[in-house]
Every structure is written in structure tokens, then in C-alpha cells.
Design a protein around this ligand. Structure first.
Ligand code: ADP
Length: 473
């Protein structure tokens, strides 16, 4: 078992602190430890990031781009090791971990280029002796707090645009999955990213969060995680009026209209629902099927779900790894029990296999008052229910506090387009179960979040707009 350290101002530190043990959810074995940092380490990280900001932000974007590109190449050359670390600490199948490393690295590649397109603007003045300009400048030190379900991508999706914009970063990965983050930072160090530009602290989330959010030198918070914690961090940021990006919970509906290509819909809903064992915020959580195709869809869908292989993510052929912890298992079981009690039928699955492994489950005859239709399950449970009219299903799909992702399957483009306009969601997969990609905006409406990550929108979150009015005579 290796004892890791965290990274402040270019130094690996924290060896003398208490330790947090990292467990492999597939085997329940302890695999490593990281230091349990608190207030003073969080402060040191801000001091380092604050001190590094003037130099980093005054480099040309071409120089910053070169650093990001070098980091990208190192990640590419080390993707197998990174993916293995991720599977060990998080549990996802190795093929998904490799997919995530590629996706994560896509943000470095995209923002190494997008750095070169931080354009300002010149605005026509009302008077001929004035010139009006808009400049874009980095916001300053950014606090990055990330979850365990995508241990690499949630970091690069934030850190890449931050660095590209000229910001420096203090970052805290989830307590369950710091090892992927540490490996990424080791590679950033090899890439020569200057001391203090990226700082990583592991430890007491509450202490670290409070310290960063109470510090006026931290100008921005970017967070991915639960809606509950997001709201708390938003409140804590109010005192110093930080710029905020939040990517919070989702409760994605998947709507299968009667003219859908059923085989495609089955495959795409499975890809969406069961990726990462159902532990993603854009997972299809509520599957609405139009009544005339309900039986056909349910039969085909259930047959395919039965083929999913559950096991240790390091074993080839595994489709679904363990869930992250016991609390995740309890929530899945609670959602199934509640649905069955209220009249749903288990078509397949429904039981704990062993340890943190849960059977991929299909529930039919699901009604809107069941827990699984109201809250995120974050596990391998697919509730399927019937609808009759287009208006009805859009109303039911929108009847939630969340607004992150939604999926629509139809071969009628007009019907599909209308649905995309009516659904109150930030991301819509129209005949597409996997819409996320680095060059497109990712983010939610309502209580699913604030701001967008990815694409050219993503870098704006790290830039301030400065207006200059020049009088010339
Ligand atoms: P999840 O339910 O997916 O674990 P959380 O919102 O609890 O989501 O966690 C996401 C991230 O937020 C993690 O890095 C976690 O350590 C961090 N976090 C949790 N509580 C706090 C807090 N009070 N202050 C700052 N960060 C927190």
C-alpha cells in the first residue's frame, strides 16, 4: 500500500498528516492512502495559486497552450496506467476508464487550442472621438471541487479551460478517488507547468471548502457533485461574491416515441443508463415508452440488460463494476423496494450479488409517485413506464427540479425538434444516448446547475469582461 502526498506550490507535501485510506470497491481492499489536509493546507494552496497568478496570466496564450499540449501528450502516453488507477479506486470497467481518460484528455486538447481564440471586441462609439473596447481577462484563483464518478474528466473539464484562460487553481478531488487526480498532477509537473499554477489538496472536504470559499483571493468556484452540497457551496460563496459554475444532480428522462427505431433506442438507452453502473448525472433515469410499442421495447430492452456482465472492472468483458460504496447499494435497494411495494414488476435483476455488486435491474409498470421517478437512483436500475400523448410525456418529463440531460427517440425530425424545444434540459440527446463531448456545452437548467463546461462556452466561465472607453481627442 502506497502513501501518497498532495501538491502545493510544486512540492509534494502532507506526509506527516493523518491519512485517508483509499479502498478498491471491487475487492474491499485498502490500496493506498492520502494525507488528510485541512484549513492550513488549504490556505497554503491559495497562497501558492495567488502568488503564481501574475506570471501565469501574463504568459502569452501560445505559451500556456504549449504547456497544456505537453500535459495532453503525457496523459496520452500514460493512458493505460491512468485507466488502471481509475478502475482500482473507482470500480468502473477498464474499457470505460480508458474511454474516460480519452474524454478527459479531449478537454486539454480542445482548450490548448481554444486559448488562442479568447477574442475581445471593439464596439462602435456614438461619438467620433471615442473608441470602445472589450477585453477578456482571467478571473484569478479558481477553486475546483470534483466528484468520484469521473475522477479524471471532471478535473480536466475545469482545469483545462482555467489554465487556458490564465487562471491558477486550487483543487480537491473526491475522497474516494484522489489517486487518478494525483497521477494527473504528477504528469502536469513533468509537463513543466510552473509551481503554484495547479495545487492539489486532499482531506477534510468541509474545512477545505470553507477555507477556500471564505478567502477573497479565490475568485471562482467550479464544482461538480450533489445538488445538496452545491447549494451549500453557493451559500458559502455569497460572502465574497465569487463567480460560480455548478454541475449538480440530474434525473434524465428518456422518451421513446412510437415511431422510434426501437433497436437503436434500446442500445442507446442501455449505453446511457448503465454507463459507470448507472452512476452518472446524465444517466437515463426514467424511461417513458409510448403505449403502442411498450411491450416490444420492454422485451428487447430486458433481453439486452440480461446480457450485461457484472464483475471486477479489471477483468476483460466486464460491463458493470461495483457501486462506489454501501450507501449507493442501500439507495438502489430502497428505490427497488419502494417501486415494488407500489406495484412495479422486476423484469430482471433486483438483488445484491455480493459486496458492492448489484444486478442490472429493469422495472416495468412504473408510476410517477415511485421514488425512482422522483430522485436520482445513481445505480443500475432502469424504470420503464408508459405514456400516451406527446404533451403528456413532455409534462411528466419536465415535472422535476432537475434539468440536466434528456433523451428523445423518434424517426420524425419535426416531432423530435419540437420535443427538444419543449424539454427543460441543458443537454438533449435526440437519437443519441451519449451526447457528451469536449467541444460542446455541458450543463443544466433549474437546480441542476449554473454555467456551462466544454466548448467555447466553457472558457468564458474563467474570464472576466473588462470594458475600456478610450477618449481620443
Ligand atoms: P457525491 O454524492 O457524488 O459524493 P458530493 O456532493 O458529496 O457528491 O461530493 C462531491 C465533491 O464535493 C467531493 O469532492 C466532496 O468531497 C466535496 N464535498 C462534499 N461536502 C463538501 C463540503 N461541505 N464542502 C466542500 N466540499 C464538499
Amino acid at each position: 500500500m502506497k502513501d501518497f502526498q498532495f501538491y502545493i506550490n510544486g512540492n509534494w507535501v502532507g506526509g506527516s498528516l493523518d491519512k485517508i485510506i483509499i479502498r478498491n470497491p471491487a475487492t474491499n481492499e485498502d490500496i493506498a492512502s492520502v494525507p488528510c489536509g485541512g484549513k492550513s493546507e488549504a490556505q497554503e494552496a491559495v497562497e501558492a495559486a495567488h502568488a503564481a497568478f501574475p506570471n501565469w496570466s501574463s504568459l502569452s496564450v501560445y505559451e500556456r497552450s504549449d504547456y497544456i499540449r505537453k500535459w495532453y501528450e503525457l496523459i496520452e502516453n500514460n493512458q493505460d496506467e491512468l485507466a488502471r488507477i481509475m478502475t482500482l479506486e473507482q470500480g468502473k470497467p477498464l474499457k470505460e476508464a480508458i474511454g474516460e481518460i480519452n474524454y478527459a484528455n479531449g478537454f486539454l486538447s480542445w482548450y490548448a487550442e481554444e486559448a488562442k481564440r479568447i477574442y475581445g471586441e471593439m464596439i462602435p462609439a456614438t461619438s467620433s472621438n471615442k473608441r470602445l473596447f472589450v477585453q477578456k481577462q482571467p478571473v484569478g484563483v479558481v477553486a475546483v471541487i470534483t466528484p468520484w464518478n469521473f475522477p479524471a474528466a471532471m478535473i480536466t473539464r475545469k482545469v483545462a479551460p482555467a489554465l487556458a484562460a490564465g487562471c491558477t487553481v486550487v483543487m480537491k478531488p473526491a475522497e474516494q478517488t484522489p489517486l487518478t487526480a494525483i497521477k494527473l498532477i504528477e504528469l502536469a509537473e513533468i509537463a513543466g507547468i510552473p509551481n503554484g499554477v495547479i495545487n492539489l489538496v486532499t482531506g477534510d472536504a468541509n474545512e477545505i471548502g470553507k477555507t477556500w470559499l471564505g478567502d477573497k483571493r479565490v475568485r471562482k468556484l467550479t464544482f461538480t457533485g450533489s445538488t445538496e452540497v452545491g447549494k451549500l457551496l453557493l451559500k458559502q460563496s455569497a460572502e465574497t461574491v465569487k463567480k460560480i459554475s455548478l454541475e449538480l444532480g440530474g434525473h434524465a428522462p428518456a422518451i421513446i416515441f412510437d415511431d422510434a427505431n426501437i433497436d437503436k433506442a434500446v442500445n442507446d438507452v442501455i449505453a446511457s443508463k448503465f454507463r459507470n453502473g448507472g452512476q452518472t448525472c446524465v444517466c437515463a433515469n426514467r424511461i417513458y415508452v409510448q403505449d403502442s410499442i411498450y411491450d416490444n421495447f420492454l422485451t428487447k430492452f430486458t433481453e439486452k440488460v440480461k446480457e450485461l456482465v457484472v464483475g471486477n472492472g479489471l477483468i476483460e468483458g466486464t460491463d458493470i463494476g461495483p457501486l462506489i460504496d454501501e450507501a449507493a447499494i442501500e439507495k438502489v435497494q430502497q428505490h427497488i423496494d419502494d417501486a415494488v411495494k407500489k406495484g412495479a414488476k422486476i423484469e430482471t435483476g433486483g438483488k445484491l450479488i455480493d459486496g458492492l455488486y448489484f444486478e442490472p435491474t429493469v422495472l416495468s409498470g412504473v408510476k410517477d409517485d415511485m421514488l425512482c421517478m422522483v430522485e436520482e437512483t445513481f445505480g443500475p436500475v432502469a424504470p420503464v413506464c408508459k405514456f400516451t400523448t406527446d404533451e403528456e410525456v413532455i409534462d411528466r418529463a419536465n415535472d422535476t427540479i432537475y434539468g440536466l440531460a434528456a433523451y428523445v427517440f423518434t424517426e420524425n425530425i419535426n416531432r423530435g425538434l419540437k420535443a427538444t424545444e419543449q424539454l427543460e434540459y441543458g443537454i438533449i440527446g435526440l437519437n443519441d444516448g451519449l451526447p457528451s463531448t469536449p467541444q460542446a456545452p455541458f450543463g443544466g437548467l433549474k437546480q441542476s446547475g449554473l454555467g456551462r463546461e466544454g466548448g467555447h462556452y466553457g472558457i468564458d466561465e474563467y474570464l472576466e469582461i473588462k470594458y475600456v472607453s478610450l477618449g481620443i481627442g
